[in-house]
Ligand binder design. Structure first.
Ligand code: MUC
Ligand code: MG
Length: 369
């Protein structure tokens, strides 16, 4: 039986400012959920977002309030082993709040997998791989700094796929920044861009033409999420793959975008999709439609990153890899045993449930009071 649900906010400084077109992050607020059951088992979930309300329509504080006030009371007293029944109840009664639902579902599944003494991946269909390629985002805002950062990552064999955040400056300036980085890093690395919706369709036509000619491998969400017809025109026009990210707020959006061939690639994010099972459904829609997959992040800490890794390890095809580097952007390590990044890959944890454990003293020291 579910006895208690606790939500915890943890503010952790980032290793450097992380500049997106919608926000500059200096700290990340992790939103953690802990579910305790009467059989002594507990499970953890995460509902972290980016830049308060700059990126998504749920803020860390609204997620905490909505879980504490509206979601937890529906679950306390239910049989935590019946994860599907718990989530069906929440999905029926609670509108929206995909991030909050994701954290709850993750915590219930973590608890159930621990109970069964199996890794979470085995509750999600079964893993097909034990390690995932991980991109790094260059977002210092400075070309020389970004090149130095990328070279250090290559040297340490941590990342060889780089995603550049653009869209805050003019198209010409951004294109020059990206192509200078591409030229410095060479053809053995993959350089991609994420515009985070900043361009008009005309900006996108001009910008993508130049980026494609310069050897850039992937263009993420160039135009506003709701402009799916414009996204489809860009996907039709260019051979460089176009990826949908903010446009995917659940499996239904995936179906709508796939029907009009709006994107070549979908960024699957567990929180954006509304949970691990909705994210799996989104991936299935993509695969049935011939759309390639990328494992996305909302820059979650270890819980959301591990949960995503368990899910992405089950995807039949993960052609564009993942960007599960969230914990590496933070100045503090909160786990007893850190997640393992080596040889350009994240190792999918093998222990029961999520396969990770917090250092509770560190967590207590950093949590918001
Ligand atoms: C996004 O839009 O993809 C993922 C990586 C990163 O640097 O920012 C996020 C958000
Ligand atoms: Mg994105």
């Amino acid at each position: 039986m579910i006895q208690a649900i606790e939500t915890i906010l943890v503010d952790v400084p980032t290793i450097r400012p992380h500049k997106l077109s919608v926000a500059t992050m200096h700290t990340q607020t992790l939103v953690l959920v802990r579910i305790r059951c009467s059989d002594g088992i507990e499970g953890w979930g995460e509902a972290t977002t980016i830049g308060g309300l700059n990126y998504g329509e749920e803020s860390p504080e609204s997620i905490k309030t909505n879980i504490d006030t509206h979601i937890a009371p529906l679950l306390v007293g239910m049989d935590g082993r019946s994860v599907a029944a718990c989530m069906a109840k929440i999905r029926k009664i609670i509108q929206g709040n995909r991030f909050a639902k994701c954290a709850i579902e993750t915590a219930l599944l973590d608890a159930q997998a621990r109970r069964l003494d199996i890794p979470l991946s085995e509750l999600l269909g079964g893993r097909l791989r034990d390690a995932l390629p991980v991109a790094w985002t260059l977002a210092s805002g400075d070309t020389a700094k970004d090149i130095a950062e990328a070279e250090a990552m290559l040297e340490r064999r941590r990342h060889r796929i780089f995603k550049l955040k653009i869209g805050a400056r003019g198209v010409k300036e951004d294109v020059a920044h990206v192509l200078a980085i591409k030229k410095a890093l060479g053809d053995s690395v993959s350089v991609r861009v994420d515009v985070n919706m900043a361009w008009s369709e005309l900006d996108a036509v001009n910008g993508i033409a130049a980026l494609e000619a310069g050897g850039i491998d992937l263009i993420e969400q160039p135009v506003r999420a709701e402009l799916s017809a414009a996204l489809a025109r860009l996907a039709e026009r260019f051979s460089v793959p176009i990826m949908a990210d903010e446009a995917l707020k659940g499996p239904q959006d995936g179906l709508s975008l796939a029907r009009i061939a709006a994107a070549d690639v979908f960024a699957v994010k567990i929180c954006q999709a509304g949970g691990l099972f909705p994210a799996r459904l989104l991936a299935e829609v993509a695969q049935l439609s011939g759309v390639a997959l990328y494992g996305g992040t909302m820059l979650e800490g270890a819980i959301g990153t591990a949960a995503s890794a368990h899910l992405f390890s089950t995807f039949g095809d993960l052609q564009f890899g993942t960007e599960l580097f969230g914990p590496l952007l933070l100045t503090e390590e909160l786990l007893e045993q850190p997640l393992v990044y080596k040889d350009f890959m994240l190792q999918v944890p093998t222990g029961p449930g999520l396969g990770i454990r917090f250092d509770m003293d560190k967590l207590d020291a950093l949590r918001r009071r």
